[in-house]
Design a protein around this ligand. Structure first.
Ligand code: ADP
Ligand code: MG
Length: 486
């Protein structure tokens, strides 16, 4: 009898010990969540890490070395502080690959486009691992084909995106989508990923910006985890890299991306890319990469026409509490032409105002609400018209105009853009400067003065075009530019 009691006591003491250890771990988890915020905690820790504590060492177990190094570089400080707050000042933290977690997150097999099943950490990521849904930098992808309004300006790009997903064998690799700011490139890239996820949940895809690719590559180099980085990226069935022009002037990352592309292409896997300009117009990018890009399907998204703009406004309007009438939609679509973000912003502003004032949304109210907005965005000529005319004429990319590059051709093109924007739009010089290379208003005024001076003496100007050295007089350049803007 006594024996049984003793055994019971022993068991319950053990229970208390286990319990208290569990409590400590959950207290640490709570402290981490509080420090980094619930959202990040949910994405990076909850259900995807296993914390164990022994002899003053807290081990954060994860499923692969890449995640371990990512968590270490981003959250090491907060995790250590949280652990010390609960356990004591001497507690150490280490991020490790936990085999137990790997087993429970067994990689998903996939049969997309009849490929052999793969068992890799990558498959975990988009299959059943860290998150259930497509992820981008820890966020869920929201953009889908369903909400993409198709019109003349984006039809080709949309059909190409659909072909990548629907055709048994993708007809091109890579698919390269380019176009100006806010015209739907990211929407299409994410649309492809969400559609693939919906139709082939086990397919192994990855969406990331070129900036993330570059950062993760550099991190992998620094932490000697290149193999993990490569196996993660190169074993995907579909790799979507957004804003690929970001790789300009980064030769080492370009080289890495070239090998990534070659590996995926050889394995019959799909690459999709988005950029703000045509591959040949991205400056400071290797010839090898350019020829890879143009060997696939290069499609442009143009500015939407009036009909498409109306349809996009209607779609946003449907999501609002109060109905927005057709004349208001036509008014917005008529006055905001250059990008879709502006349309979204205008409809949101009207709807918010109407619900605050509890007013009916009529044309008069819309005009009043958008007066300032449209005053700024509806000049005789739009800045994006100027940008594309200047970029075409001088043979530079729009991204180069937005960058801080100072080479002769880009500077000349930027000076003309600033001059034309001052002359033909209602934008202030600060706004122009912010858009064109993050310059201040004094720089814009100086650029304008310089162009005026060149025009007054009709100076001969030379620059490096895509086909070699070019020369023209200042007034001829201006005439040609103004002709193509109109
Ligand atoms: P980009 O990547 O070309 O700068 P985005 O894809 O981010 O532009 O688009 C900007 C915004 O406009 C996003 O909110 C996107 O959902 C929306 N958008 C773009 N194109 C369309 C379209 N054809 N139909 C509906 N919404 C669109
Ligand atoms: Mg984008």
């Amino acid at each position: 009898m006594q024996g049984i009691v003793k055994e019971d006591i022993r068991t319950s003491t053990k229970c208390v010990e286990v319990r208290s250890k569990e409590n400590v771990i959950s207290a640490i988890n709570e402290a981490i969540a509080e420090k980094i915020g619930q959202q990040k905690f949910r994405i990076w820790f909850k259900n995807s890490t296993r914390l164990t504590l022994s002899d003053g060492l807290l081990k954060i177990g994860v499923i692969n070395p890449f995640i371990a190094s990512w968590l270490e570089s981003h959250f090491s400080k907060q995790v250590t502080e949280s652990a010390r707050a609960v356990v004591g000042a001497s507690c150490q933290v280490s991020f490790i690959v936990d085999p137990q977690l790997c087993d429970s997150h067994k990689a998903a097999t996939f049969d997309w486009q009849a490929k052999p099943a793969m068992n890799s950490p990558v498959a975990v990521e988009s299959g059943r691992g860290i998150t259930q849904r497509p992820t981008y930098a820890g966020q869920k992808l929201k953009l889908t084909f369903d909400t993409f309004v198709v019109g003349q300006s984006n039809e080709l790009a949309y059909n190409a995106a659909k072909a990548v997903i629907n055709d048994k064998q993708s007809p091109f690799n890579p698919l390269f989508i380019h176009g100006g700011y806010g015209l739907g490139k990211t929407h299409l890239l994410q649309g492809i990923c969400t559609e693939l996820h919906r139709t082939k949940p086990t397919a192994n895809w990855l969406y990331m910006s070129a900036e993330d690719f570059a950062n993760q590559f550099v991190l992998a180099l620094k932490t000697r985890k290149l193999d993990a980085f490569r196996s993660r990226i190169r074993q995907t069935d579909l790799l979507a890299i957004d804003d690929i022009h970001f790789l300009a002037s980064k030769p080492a990352t370009q080289e890495e991306f070239l090998h990534t592309f070659n590996t995926l292409d050889l394995g019959g896997r799909q690459v999709i890319l988005a950029s703000d300009s045509h591959p040949k117009m991205i400056t400071q990018i290797s010839e090898k990469l350019i020829s890879r890009f143009v060997s696939g399907m290069v499609v442009k998204i143009d500015q939407p026409d009036f009909k498409t703009r109306c349809e996009i406004c209607r779609q946003y309007a449907r999501g609002m509490k109060k109905p927005i009438s057709e004349d208001v939609i036509a008014y917005v679509a008529e006055h905001l032409r250059s990008n879709i973000r502006e349309l979204q912003g205008a409809i949101l502003k009207i709807a918010a105002f109407a619900s605050l004032q509890n007013a009916k949304i009529g044309l008069g109210l819309a005009q009043e609400i958008l007066a300032e907005h449209i005053g700024r965005c509806d000049p005789m000529v739009h800045i994006s018209d100027i940008e594309s005319a200047v970029a075409d004429f001088f043979g530079v990319s729009s991204s180069a105009l937005h960058s801080s590059k100072k080479d002769r051709t880009v500077s000349l093109a930027r000076h003309f853009s600033m001059y034309l924007a001052r002359k033909h739009t209602k934008m202030s010089s600060s706004e122009i400067g912010r858009l064109l290379g993050d310059k201040n208003h004094a720089t814009v005024l100086m650029a304008c003065k310089k162009v005026e001076e060149q025009l007054s003496r009709n100076a001969q100007l030379n620059w490096q075009g895509p086909t070699g050295n070019r020369v023209a007089n200042a007034t001829t350049i201006l005439e040609q530019l103004e002709k193509s803007i109109r």
